[in-house]
Write a protein that binds this ligand. Sequence first.
Ligand code: ADP
Length: 480
Amino acid sequence: MKVCLLSSELGPFAKTGGLGDAVAGLARFLAGQGVDLRVFLPFYSSARLAGRTVVPVEFLQGLTTELAGRAVRYGVHTTALPGTAQPIYLVHCPALYDRRGIYDDRGDEHLRFALLCRAAIECCQRMGFGPDVFHLNDWHTALVPLYLRTAYGWDELFAGSRTLLTIHNLGYQGIFPAREVDALGLGPARALLHQEDLARGRLSFMTAGILHASHLSTVSPTHAREILTPNYGFGLDPLLRARADHLVGIVNGVDYGEWDPAADELIAHPYSTADLEGKEWNKKALLEEVGLPYEPGVPLFGVVSRLTAQKGFDLFYDAIPELLARRPARLVVLGSGEQRYEEFFHALGRAFPGKVRFHCGFSNPLAHRIQAGSDMFLVPSRFEPCGLTQLYSLRYGTVPIVRRTGGLADTVELYDSAAGTGTGFVFDNFDSQALRWALDYALDSYADRAKWNGLVRNAMAQDFSWERQGPHYLDLYRRI
Ligand code: ADP
């Protein structure tokens, strides 16, 4: 099996969220299965490559490709995917990738990611590598199917190649002014773009991918159904419905090498189901770290998240202050993003100084310690294609409280206190009353510690490893 994998993110080199984790985990799994794999991502100047060996690939230097009417120069460097011998190819083009972050607002994102698409195809040509599958991830890589049919359609090397576009987040579509079409070097392929979009003055990378990829996937079965509806389709549901026969959902795997409470070097007290006392020690350590008082029997909620509308924190405005005033509980929040949510959490911290701590920023070590030290983990998302943090929290016995949407619906099962089954607390409606119900149910359940420990063990026994999830991708590659 020959696979060419393209992504704008790959952890730990370049990651802003779950996409980086998912692509790295899949690549590691595929490499371990003996798949002949070529992985391409941009060589961002911000890439976290300290301590890694990065070398230019000799026969992939001084290359040019045509974009925006001129020859753009690029080369390719390589480094190993951490923990493997699998090479990763980094497309080096300082003019486009020397920026402060992974994404940029200078107005040339279409060129930055069109280059990634073209460079990956051209490097496959120079390697004499005809992939069985080009596996594309999100809008940044979604022009590959179109390029393969047009600019590179003459090359027999790709005659047997199929394309799979995995949609990690439909909320980001890569939309640009229609006049930029000419910059992409598509030539007559312009006619294959979505004509209504163009007539409305828009060029959408995601739309092009949905129209032209051989197959589509998203990152959970429930989300694969949801995006066919107007509520979750971001305006693309009619196009997706037309391709529903070629769309599947596969839940992301977790890298339990990084997220394992028994072997986590970032937490103070490793623990396992055999020794849940260690978890309480992590809670004490976390509360001390953030400066909140520890009190036996008082539960701690954790949040680690991008602070955007997707993540559902609007539901907190009513429910959380009321809950904190009414019941003993603590809350630790780690995240950053939109100002209105940052302001809300800062204000919450001021209103409940002994109960709430907000750490505004990004910190992987603190994310691990919140997973280990909290009793419950909150993910109230408005929509959630897969979600990784609830998978980590299951593993850490930090009982997830989630809204029943997308991957959250597929990975957390509502606790039944009578039967002792289930792994978390799941509410349906996107309103604060439903969240309040879940919070009260969770706090009431926490009071019965013997039963609670049963729930914690149920959660920790779940297996969302890549060893389990990865084979679904291999099956799909074979099928397409
Ligand atoms: P999304 O990709 O929509 O942000 P996911 O749940 O799929 O959501 O993945 C989020 C990933 O980013 C997880 O690995 C999570 O731990 C991490 N993360 C999010 N915010 C922060 C933060 N402020 N600090 C550290 N890690 C974070």
